[in-house]
Design a protein around this ligand. Structure first.
Ligand code: UGA
Length: 428
C-alpha cells in the first residue's frame, strides 16, 4: 500500500483520492481552498457525486484519508503525488496549464526524497516537459513523471474509477510505469503501458471521438427532420452494428460540461501547434455550437416573436446526476432567449443555487410545476428519466400554451399529442 498525495479536490482529485483510499492506500488530499478543506473535514462534499460520500466516509473511518491545506507536509510524507488541478480553457482554445505548473513549483520546493509525480489533469504534451523543468529548478532529488489520464464521467465517477474499461499509464521508464501500475493491482481491465505522449493523446482522442459521435448523430438528426426520418430508429439501427455501438448516439441539444468542449478545442490547438489541420474536430465543435440554436428556431416556429414569452426549462445541468453547469447548453440557450426578451424559469433536481449559472438570469423553481406555471413553452434540457413521470395533464392545465420542445427525445410524443400538446423533439 502506498502513501499518496492528491493535489486538487475537484471531481477528479476527490474521486481519485477517495477511491485509492478505499483500495487501502494512505491518502492525503490537498487543496489551497481552505473553505473546501474545512467542509471536507466536517464530512461534507463541495459538490454532489453519486456514491462519493459513502466512499469518503468509509475511508475516513478506516483512517485512510485526510484532507489538508498543508502541501509541504503532504509531499514530504508521500511516495507518489497526483496532480489533479484544473486546466481551464484559454480564450484561444488552448489549455491553461498555469495551475499545474504552480503545483509543480511547490512539489520541487517540498520534495525531500524520491518521488513519482503523476499527471491526472488533462494537460497537453508540452506541459510534461514544463512540469519536469519546473520541479528540477528547486529539487535535487530524483523524480519520475508519469501520465495517468482519468476517464471518469460525472455522475458515474466512482464506478468509472473502480471498474474502468482500461487504465492508461504513460512513462519514460519501465520502473516509473510499474510503480503506478501497482496501484491498480486486482483491477479486472486492460492496463496499457505506453510513452507519455501516447497516454495524453489517448485521453484527448477518446473525449474528442465521443464528442464526434454526438455531433455526428446531431447532424443526422437535423437531416432526419428534413427528409421525414426518425433519429431514434436510425440511431438504434446504427448502434446495433457492433463496430459502431449504441452509446453516445443520443441526438439532442449538443454536448456540454467541463471536458468535451474544452478538450476538443485543446486538441485542435495541439494539432495546429504541430502543423496538423484537424478538420473533423473543427466541424464537431462548430456543429455543437450550432445545435443549441435548434431550440431557438423551434420556439420561434411555434411562438413567433419571443419577446415577453415565458419558457420553462426542465433540467439545467449539462447532464443528469450532477449540479455542474459548466458549458451547459441550458446557460447558452437561456442567454440567447433572454436577449430575445424571454423570461426563463427552470427546474433541476440538483441545481438549486443561482450562483451556479454564471450570472444567467433564470428563475430556479423548487418543483417542476412551479417553473412551468403560465409558460408558453416547456423545453427539456437535461435527460432526466424522472421528467417522463410528470403529470402532463396537470402541466397542460397550468401552461399558457401547450408546447413542448424535447431537447433530449425522452418524452412519449404519442401520449403528449393525445393530451393535446404540440410536441417537437430533435430529429423526429
Ligand atoms: C466525459 C467523458 O465521458 C469521460 O470519459 C471523461 O473522463 C470526462 O469527460 C473527462 O474528461 O473528465 P462527462 O463530461 O462527465 O465525461 O460527461 P458525458 O457523460 O461524457 O457527457 C458529456 C455531454 O455529452 C453531456 O452534455 C451529455 O448530455 C452529452 N451527450 C452524451 C449527448 O448529447 N449524447 C449522448 O449520446 C451522450
Amino acid at each position: 500500500m502506498a502513501n499518496l498525495c492528491i493535489i486538487g479536490t475537484g471531481y477528479v482529485g476527490l474521486v481519485t483520492g477517495a477511491c485509492f483510499a478505499k483500495l487501502e492506500n494512505n491518502v492525503i488530499c490537498v487543496d489551497c481552498d481552505e473553505k473546501k478543506i474545512a467542509l471536507l473535514n466536517q464530512g461534507k462534499l463541495p459538490f454532489y457525486e453519486e456514491g462519493l460520500e459513502e466512499v469518503i466516509f468509509e475511508a475516513k473511518a478506516n483512517q485512510k484519508i485526510v484532507f489538508s491545506t498543508d502541501l509541504k507536509k503532504a509531499v514530504e510524507s508521500s511516495d507518489i503525488v497526483f496532480i489533479c488541478v484544473g486546466t481551464p480553457q484559454r480564450p484561444d482554445g488552448s489549455a491553461d496549464t498555469s495551475f499545474v505548473l504552480e503545483v509543480a513549483d511547490k512539489i520541487g520546493q517540498f520534495q525531500n526524497g524520491p518521488l513519482s509525480v503523476v499527471i491526472k489533469s488533462t494537460a497537453p504534451i508540452e506541459a510534461i516537459e514544463q512540469v519536469k523543468q519546473t520541479i528540477s529548478v528547486n529539487s535535487n532529488h530524483p523524480f519520475e513523471i508519469v501520465s495517468n489520464p482519468e476517464f471518469l464521467a460525472q455522475g458515474t465517477a466512482v464506478r468509472d474509477f473502480l471498474k474502468p474499461d482500461r487504465v492508461v499509464i504513460g512513462s519514460k521508464t519501465k520502473e516509473g510505469a510499474e510503480s503506478i501500475k501497482n496501484l491498480y493491482t486486482g483491477f479486472d481491465c486492460p492496463i496499457i503501458i505506453t510513452d507519455i505522449a501516447s497516454a495524453i493523446l489517448t485521453k484527448y482522442a477518446s473525449n474528442s471521438f465521443l464528442a464526434t459521435k454526438i455531433s455526428f448523430i446531431n447532424e443526422v438528426a437535423n437531416l432526419c427532420e428534413k427528409v421525414g426520418a426518425n433519429i431514434n430508429d436510425v440511431a438504434k439501427g446504427m448502434g446495433l452494428d457492433r463496430r459502431i455501438g449504441p452509446l453516445f448516439l443520443k441526438a439532442g441539444i449538443g454536448f456540454g460540461g467541463s471536458c468535451f468542449p474544452k478538450d476538443s478545442k485543446a486538441m485542435v490547438d495541439m494539432a495546429n501547434g504541430a502543423g496538423s489541420d484537424f478538420k473533423i474536430l473543427n466541424s464537431v465543435i462548430e456543429v455543437n455550437e450550432r445545435q443549441k440554436k435548434v431550440i431557438i428556431d423551434k420556439l420561434k416556429k411555434h411562438l413567433g416573436d419571443l419577446a415577453n414569452k415565458k419558457v420553462a426549462f426542465l433540467g439545467v445541468a449539462f447532464k443528469p446526476g450532477t449540479e455542474d453547469t459548466r458549458e451547459a447548453p441550458s446557460v447558452i440557450i437561456a442567454n440567447k432567449l433572454i436577449e430575445e426578451g424571454c423570461q426563463i424559469s427552470a427546474y433541476d433536481p440538483l441545481v438549486k443555487d443561482i450562483s451556479l449559472l454564471n450570472g444567467c438570469k433564470v428563475d430556479l423553481a423548487s418543483v417542476p410545476y412551479k417553473a412551468i406555471e403560465n409558460a408558453d413553452a416547456v423545453v427539456v434540457i437535461t435527460e432526466y428519466k424522472d421528467f417522463c413521470d410528470l403529470d402532463f395533464s396537470h402541466i397542460k392545465s397550468i401552461m399558457k400554451q401547450p408546447l413542448i420542445i424535447d431537447g433530449r427525445n425522452i418524452l412519449d410524443s404519442a401520449q403528449l399529442s393525445k393530451l393535446g400538446f404540440t410536441y417537437e423533439g430533435i430529429g423526429l
